[in-house]
Structures are given as structure tokens and as C-alpha cells.
Design a binder for this molecule. Structure first.
Ligand code: PEP
Ligand code: MG
Length: 590
């Protein structure tokens, strides 16, 4: 792990998913995947260089053929692009550099070519000039073509070693499709703590850090590294002392986690006997094992956009395919409740359809329930699938991004229509399935009194509620410090929601990331929420927090918090109470 020849280098970013990863890095170029890497003997350098030269020759030939055929169809101008691609391959300095890298790294030629190109490409991507940006795309294209033309068995494959991935950015679908077996953790230059990528990383238990300026350009594939997903430190070429420190810390943390397993079977009830339902947020049914293992009392949020929009098929899964997945959830979570959230596309998630014009402000645009109500066929297909699956277990349904009464009434009307259709066809379903509204837009919290009459429960999506209350884009790193979960306006909106729910005799859950923040548990309990829904990896610490608190004291704390005027004061109040009630969860050991 350690290196005597290189100096330790530390990058600081925002930790988004806890855990420590130690291992070689793999730097991912955007646009194409990294080829496999393997060592070669000094005697094989010349033949590796020849393999590279041969790949260039094949590529040149292909480009010439392409140029001629495009010229005959579209004319000379369109075909000139291939001329430009060929010129890249004729660049002697590039060829020389790849030869030198093969000689000095003693690694296979496709990997050395890839390493040279990706450093070069990443530098070009950062240039604002639109002409150069275009050229970057050309270069990516050429690079991909050359990589496909290497002879031998090693084509373009995912790295075959366990590694820490370093990337400029990762989309939620990139993250979901990463091979978990090979991935120790990831760091990115872009991204923020509440992006869906970060949420997914936490759900999948992948240690990760975002916002590491300069990491990609500065990093070298296969260099040893340590990722500290607790503090946000990314250490490249760690010294022997650093490695030793992290090895010990990692063992200590694993032991501390194990000790939490001893309370796994305890109900999440406060010291003074008030039960708070502790359920899980998941995106894939394979997470149900972890949900059960950690004794969640159900699934409080099943996000459906990942499997509906990010499958490798271009077509969205149809009603039958959806029923199959929802049925797996219903049976897997049984006898507890599994709440399915209808499709929440848009924002930083994928769209249901390609938009002809990119939206200037996607988070304020065609998102969540707005898309579903405009595309009723898709929406009703999903509702029917949920209803059909509801006969296999206890399912609930909730609607995302509700801004007011008209939308929730329309959702209920369409749900009723689906129920009538199924009844007419004699298809079994659960008539009493619970129906909820997500409270994630301030306007919804402000009409919670009225809305509580229309639904069976509220689920507060704090990730969005915070962003829309304080006008801070949840994925914009630049304004991240203004994204404050304890802003007085946010906690007042939560209080309005729980009061409205109480008045109508319905329950309120929190499924946003606030629910998993140990410092905020006293505040949320005091504000009167009945359920906390967190990623499977956060169930154990949040259970410990809940059983260590007195609800009566939390209620007094919340009263005080509601009289305070800054987020800092409220944060200090709740964190202080949390540290007093369960100090062990704040020690370095977790
Ligand atoms: C939220 O907004 O808090 C939420 C749970 O939904 P998502 O993060 O998927 O937008
Ligand atoms: Mg949301």
C-alpha cells in the first residue's frame, strides 16, 4: 500500500458515504471505459509498442474507408471530420509519448494509450472555448476507436482489480451500474451531498467523497490511495504511518459497528415508551436482505426511477414487469408495509423522455408528479402495477413533488380509476392500500391542514424541502454551505406538517436524509414525527439513537428550537442533546 518513491498527497472534499477504503485508484475518463491493465516484462516492451502501432494502422484504415463513404453520400465537408481524426493519430508526439509510457510503466499498450489520452482529454474538457470542446468529443471518438482495434485478448473491459474509482462526476446510473465487487469506494470532483449519486452511494454502502477539486488531473491509475468517507480526506501515496493509522481505525470502526448488532432486535422505542417506526429507503429489491437483516419495520421509500428509467433497455418496463418488482417488494417486506413512490423523474434524475429543449431550471421544472400527470398513460400503468402487486403483501403508494390540493386530488382520482378498472376485470388488489403525499415543497407544508384530509400519511422529503425553502440547489457545490437542514423555516414547516397530521389522525414520516443524521434525531422526535426512513446502513445507528432518547425531553428541545432564529443555534441545541444521549455514536469509532 505505501510508496517510498512518492510523497503523500492529501485532497479534501465532502464526505457523502461513510467508510474507509484502501487500495489502488483507477481514474475513469469520461466518455469511454478504461481498458484492463496488466504488467509486462521488460522484454515485451517492443512487442507492446508494435501492438499499439498496429492498432493505429487499423484505425487509420477504417477512418479512410469512412471518409470515402461519407464523401460519396454527404459531400467533402462532412467527411473532413475523419481527416481530422486521422491527423490525431499521425501526431508524432502522441505516439512517442505512448511508447515512452509502455517502456517506463511496464504495462500493456492499450492501458498506456488510455492513460495518456485521458489526462490530455480531461485538461481539454476544462477549457471553456466551444471550439476546443467540440474537438474533445472528436478525440474521445478516436480514442474509443483505437482501443477497440487492439489485437489480442484484451479489449475494452472493466478493470479487473478492486479499486477506488476517481472520476470527474458520476451520474446516478453510473453509480448504480458500477461493479460492487470491484469497487472499494469512489471520489469525484463534482457532486454534492444531497445529489442522487450520493444518496445511492450511501444506500449501497460505498464509501465516497465528492467535491475534490483537481483530483482527476492529479491522480494516476494504480497509485495507492486511502479514502476516508468520514472526514472527506483522500490520501494518495499514503505514508507508512498514515497507512498504519487507517488500518487500525478501520478495524476499530468495524468492531464498533458489530457492537451495534447487539441491539438489532430491540424495538425503536424511546426510553419513555414512545415507539417511532424505523423503516428503510431502498432503490433495488436486492437490498431487501439488508433491510431484513437490520430489522427495519418496513420500507418507507422505494424509489422507482432507477429501475424504471435506468435499465439497459430503452423502453420502460411495462405493467407486468413492474408488477413483478413491486410484488417482490410486497413479499420481501411482508408482514410490514412497503411504500412505493411513484416515478419522480426530472431534476437531477433521468427524464421519462428526451426533452427537445433542455430546461433552464430543471429543479423548478418538469419533475415528479408534474410529469406523471402530464403522461397519464405511464402514470396509470405504474398505479395498476402497484395495485396488482398489493395483493401479495402490504403496500402503500406515495406521490412525489406535490405542490398543492389540485395535484393530490387528481392523483387520487386516477388511482380510483385504476381501482375501478381492476375491479371490473376481477383482478385482486388491496382496497385499503395506504396513500400518502410527500411533503417536499413548502407550498404543500403550508396547506398540510387541507391535504391531511385527502391522504393516509405524509412523508417529508427533506432533501427537497430544504432546497425549495432556502432556495439552494441541492447539487450545487458552490452554495452547499447555505443548505441548512436546521434553518428555522425548515423546522417550522416540519412542525406545521406534523400538527396538521395529528389533527386529522394520520401519521408523518421523514424519508429525506435528515432522518439519517444522528445529530438531528432529538429534534425530529421532538417535532412529532412518527416514522424515520433511512438507508439500510443507517438503521443500526438510528435505532441506537432512538432507544437512547426521552421523547418528553425531545419535545421540550423542539419547543426551544422553534423559538430560535438561526440554523446554527438550532443545530447546536440538537447536536448537544444527541451527543449527551449517545456519545459513543460520535466517537471516531463510527
Ligand atoms: C427528498 O426529497 O427528501 C426525497 C426523499 O426524495 P428524493 O431525494 O428522491 O428527491
Ligand atoms: Mg424529493
Amino acid at each position: 500500500m505505501t510508496s517510498k518513491s512518492k510523497r503523500e498527497q492529501i485532497f479534501y472534499g465532502t464526505p457523502v458515504s461513510r467508510g474507509i477504503a484502501m487500495g489502488p485508484m483507477s481514474v475513469a475518463a469520461r466518455g469511454f471505459s478504461a481498458p484492463g491493465v496488466y504488467p509486462i516484462s521488460p522484454g515485451a516492451v517492443v512487442s507492446e509498442q508494435s501492438r499499439f502501432d498496429a492498432a493505429l494502422t487499423v484505425t487509420r484504415g477504417q477512418l479512410s474507408v469512412l471518409q470515402t463513404s461519407i464523401e460519396s453520400v454527404s459531400g467533402r465537408d462532412e467527411a473532413l471530420i475523419f481527416e481530422a481524426h486521422r491527423m490525431v493519430l499521425d501526431d508524432k508526439s502522441l505516439v512517442d509519448q505512448v511508447h515512452r509510457e509502455i517502456d517506463s510503466r511496464l504495462q500493456n499498450s492499450e492501458f498506456c494509450f488510455y492513460a495518456v489520452m485521458q489526462t490530455f482529454l480531461e485538461a481539454m474538457r476544462r477549457v471553456v472555448d466551444p471550439y476546443l470542446k467540440e474537438r474533445t468529443i472528436d478525440l474521445e471518438d478516436v480514442c474509443q476507436r483505437v482501443l477497440r482495434n487492439f489485437s489480442g485478448e484484451n479489449g475494452i473491459i472493466e478493470p479487473d482489480y478492486q479499486r477506488i474509482l476517481v472520476a470527474y462526476d458520476l451520474s446516478p446510473s453510473d453509480t448504480a451500474s458500477l461493479d460492487r465487487e470491484k469497487l472499494l469506494g469512489f471520489v469525484t470532483e463534482a457532486g454534492s451531498i444531497n445529489s442522487h449519486t450520493a444518496i445511492l452511494a450511501r444506500a449501497l454502502g460505498i464509501p465516497s467523497i465528492v467535491g475534490l477539486a483537481g483530483a482527476v488531473l492529479e491522480s494516476t491509475t494504480l497509485a495507492p490511495a486511502i479514502l476516508d468517507g468520514y472526514s472527506g480526506k483522500f490520501i494518495v501515496y499514503p505514508s507508512a504511518e498514515t497507512t498504519d493509522y487507517y488500518e487500525k481505525l478501520s478495524t476499530k470502526r468495524k468492531e464498533a459497528r458489530k457492537s451495534l448488532e447487539t441491539i438489532r432486535d430491540q424495538k425503536s422505542t424511546t426510553i419513555d415508551g414512545h415507539h417511532i417506526t424505523l423503516s428503510a429507503n431502498i432503490e433495488f429489491t436486492h437490498e431487501l436482505d439488508l433491510v431484513k437483516k437490520n430489522r427495519a419495520e418496513g420500507v418507507g421509500l422505494f424509489r422507482t426511477e432507477f429501475f424504471l428509467l435506468e435499465s439497459s433497455n430503452t423502453k420502460m418496463p411495462d405493467e407486468d414487469a413492474q408488477e413483478k418488482i413491486y410484488g417482490e417488494l410486497a413479499r420481501g417486506v411482508s408482514p410490514d408495509l412497503g411504500i412505493i413512490r411513484t416515478l419522480d423523474s426530472g431534476g437531477d434524475k433521468l427524464s421519462t423522455e428526451p426533452l427537445t429543449q433542455p430546461e433552464p431550471n430543471p429543479f423548478l421544472g418538469w419533475r415528479g408528479i408534474r410529469v406523471s400527470l402530464d403522461r397519464q398513460e405511464i402514470f396509470m400503468e405504474q398505479l395498476r402495477a402497484i395495485l396488482r402487486a398489493s395483493s401479495q403483501g402490504k403496500l402503500g403508494v406515495m406521490f412525489p413533488f406535490i405542490s398543492g390540493m389540485t395535484e393530490i386530488r387528481e392523483c387520487r382520482r386516477l388511482l380510483q380509476e385504476c381501482m375501478d378498472e381492476l375491479s371490473a376485470a376481477g383482478t385482486p388488489f388491496d382496497r385499503d392500500l395506504e396513500v400518502g403525499a410527500m411533503i417536499e415543497i413548502p407550498s404543500a407544508a403550508l396547506v398540510a391542514r387541507e391535504m391531511a384530509k385527502e391522504v393516509d400519511f405524509f412523508s417529508i422529503g427533506t432533501n427537497d424541502l430544504i432546497q425549495y425553502t432556502v432556495a439552494v440547489d441541492r447539487i450545487n457545490h458552490r452554495v452547499a454551505k447555505l443548505y441548512r437542514s436546521t434553518h428555522p423555516s425548515v423546522i417550522r414547516l416540519i412542525k406545521m406538517t406534523t400538527e396538521a397530521a395529528d389533527a386529522e389522525g394520520i401519521w408523518t414520516g421523514v424519508c429525506g436524509e435528515m432522518a439519517a443524521d444522528l445529530s438531528l434525531t432529538p429534534l425530529l422526535v421532538g417535532l412529532g414525527v412518527n416514522e424515520l426512513s433511512v438507508g439500510p446502513h443507517d438503521l443500526a445507528p438510528i435505532r441506537k439513537a432512538l432507544i437512547s432518547l426521552k421523547r418528553s425531553e425531545c419535545q421540550k428541545l423542539a419547543e426551544t428550537a422553534l423559538s430560535l432564529s438561526t440554523s446554527q443555534e438550532i443545530y447546536e441545541l440538537t447536536r448537544g442533546a444527541a451527543q449527551k444521549a449517545y456519545p459513543e455514536l460520535f466517537e471516531e469509532s463510527l
